[in-house]
Design a protein around this ligand. Structure first.
Ligand code: UGA
Ligand code: MN
Length: 258
């Protein structure tokens, strides 16, 4: 089955580095279709050229997060959810494309959808775990939620609760990186999407609660005992020297893409 990987992304100093790391992981994954959604008013040349030479099968979309939904300089990182409009735009594209195909041709019936942020670290094994998802599959996520890892707790092959340090009573206390959904299930529930107004920590639940119950979750990665994805975050590079040189008129050549 094809895996549709949905990635929101936005322009910043580390963007090309993040996309390079991500794409070079994806190049090792068979039957992967990357849906890269820019948080931008129009597609940027950097991302367009990057994708064109990536060697991947991809779809390039864009939607700008409205200003009132976007974090402002100085806001705490948890105030507003990120990547919401972009993931919903990808879901819209998948549904539209499926409808246009009218059952014939792509997207294939048994395809799987995964939401992969551009800064996380993904093991190749993760994609083989999710590939045979019937409805919604789940697994542990490393280095997230202020913990070594979070995970669904499995008993007799079923998810019975979640190991998490924060608000375990959420409908689905799972990070975005910790689940995949079958395309069929998303097409059968045409209204299911992410709710950007959901309370902090409830973004994943806002999609999943319209698709599945805890009993219906399919535990992967050896019954959720293996960490195959890490919620890494990239440090913001310091530009003190650059700014000093720019003032002297000898900053790094702006024509060199970084
Ligand atoms: C955590 C979760 O892992 C995310 O899935 C969730 O969207 C996020 O919290 C949230 O609270 O909304 P975190 O590392 O804090 O992740 O978020 P980022 O990695 O900064 O952003 C998630 C995705 O959205 C990334 O792919 C990023 O490139 C994208 N993004 C971020 C945008 O498209 N626009 C932005 O302005 C910021
Ligand atoms: Mn992140």
């Amino acid at each position: 089955p094809t895996i549709y990987v949905i990635t929101p992304t936005y322009a910043r100093l580390v963007q090309k580095a993040e996309l390079t790391r991500l794409s070079q992981t994806f190049l090792h994954v068979p039957q992967l279709h990357w849906i890269l959604v820019e948080d931008a008013p129009s597609p940027t040349p950097l991302v367009r050229d990057f994708l064109a030479s990536s060697g991947l099968t991809y779809t390039h979309l864009h939607v700008l997060t409205p200003k009132d939904k976007k974090l402002q300089e100085g806001d705490p990182g948890w105030l507003k959810p990120r990547g919401v409009e972009q993931r919903n735009e990808a879901l819209r594209w998948l549904r539209e494309t499926a409808a246009a195909a009218g059952g014939k041709g792509p997207p294939p019936e048994n395809a799987v959808v995964y939401f992969a942020d551009d800064d996380n670290t993904y093991s190749l094994q993760l994609f083989e775990e999710m590939r045979y998802t019937q409805r919604v599959s789940v697994w542990p996520v490393g280095l997230v939620g202020g913990m070594r890892f979070e995970r669904p707790v499995v008993q007799d092959g079923k998810v019975v609760r979640f190991h998490t340090g924060w608000r375990p009573g959420r409908p689905f206390p799972i990070d975005m990186a910790g689940f995949a959904v079958s395309l069929k299930l998303l097409l059968a529930n045409p209204k299911a999407r992410f709710d950007g107004d959901a309370q902090m920590g409830f973004l994943e639940s806002s999609l999943l609660q319209n698709l599945v119950t805890i009993e219906g979750l399919e535990p992967k990665a050896d019954m959720c005992t293996k960490v195959l994805v890490w919620h890494t975050r990239t440090e913001k590079p310091k530009m003190k020297r650059e700014e000093a040189l720019v003032k002297q008129g000898i900053g790094s050549d702006p024509n060199v893409e970084v």
